[in-house]
Design a protein around this ligand. Structure first.
Ligand SMILES: [Zn+2]
Length: 158
């Protein structure tokens, strides 16, 4: 394979436009886990008619202000990256928005990762390294498989 300029460009992810269009219409604060789960579930539901990825959603929330910091939808197909899972997308964006690679740094507010679906075998490492101290998951793998979505083997979460 010949070396091309794309091999030297930083890797970046871009959320589909419908995500921002939807989020700007939302309340802005999410005071309960149920409210946070409701938001990520609605992101997951919206992936279906837009056809932009698997029916999954995630968000990183500040627990002090109860605001959404970053959201994640499945970008595996659109980004051509097998790592662009919902948690990975949200966890990659949140530190950039907060201005530190470590959301658990001294002086930072507590953050919570809320996902519509349990982490696969890859994502717990990214979550751990991000500094997020709280995680709240919706469906288990068996729930998603029951409605026809199969992310593959999950060797990490029991
Ligand atoms: Zn994953």
């Amino acid at each position: 394979m010949r070396i091309s300029s794309t091999q030297f460009q930083p890797y970046g992810l871009e959320l589909p436009a419908w995500v921002a269009d939807y989020l700007v219409q939302q309340p802005g604060t999410y005071p309960t886990q149920d409210a946070r789960m409701d938001l990520v579930s609605k992101l997951a539901q919206r992936t279906i008619p837009y056809g932009t990825g698997g029916p999954l959603g995630a968000g990183v929330f500040r627990l002090d202000t109860q605001e959404l910091v970053a959201s994640g939808v499945n970008l595996v197909l659109s980004s051509k990256s097998s790592m662009a899972h919902i948690k990975f997308v949200a966890m990659q964006m949140a530190p950039q928005i907060m201005g530190s690679h470590n959301l658990g740094a001294i002086g930072f507010p507590n953050h919570e990762l809320v996902t519509s679906y349990e982490p696969c075998s890859m994502c717990p490492g990214a979550i751990s390294w991000s500094g997020v101290r709280h995680i709240f998951c919706g469906a288990r793998g068996s729930d998603a498989e029951a409605v026809g979505f199969d992310e593959g083997p999950n060797r990490q979460i029991g």
